[in-house]
Design a protein around this ligand. Structure first.
Ligand code: ZN
Length: 130
């Protein structure tokens, strides 16, 4: 069964914690032990798992990605959002998390983040639970 989340971003770049939304879908699936595969069907967004406690980590990730992929550059893509495409590929568009006792198996400090690189927009997150 494939579930779909709708995620609304409010800025050009934003990390949005979707952990509890995904856990709701795991509960809804009724699957107690298995796999949760998270897929982002967009070319200028992604998904990552990282620290959910200190918001400065997210700020630093944005900062670090900007250092790796500066806005100024000789990009060719006519749409003008090449940095968003590149960041999407760096971060990746899928993650798999184990499910045990009906819950996502994440480390104490880990959360799942939808990564917006070309917002604000309404985006989809696809979740396969089996
Ligand atoms: Zn583009």
């Amino acid at each position: 069964m494939i579930f779909e989340l709708s995620v609304k971003s409010h800025k050009r770049e934003e990390f949005i914690n979707i952990t509890s939304d995904i856990e709701d879908k795991v509960k809804e699936s009724g699957i107690n032990s298995g796999l949760c595969h998270i897929f982002i069907p967009h070319t200028t967004a992604g998904v990552t798992i990282n620290e959910g406690a200190d918001p400065d980590v997210l700020r630093d990730m944005e900062y670090g990605l900007d250092k790796c992929v500066p806005d100024e550059g000789q990009y060719h893509h006519m749409e003008g959002n090449s940095t968003a495409h590149i960041k999407s590929s760096i971060v990746g568009c899928e993650k798999t998390v184990f499910i045990d006792n009906g819950r996502l198996v994440l480390g104490t400090w880990q959360s799942v983040y939808f990564c917006e690189f070309d917002g604000p927009r309404t985006r989809k997150v696809l979740i396969k639970i089996k």
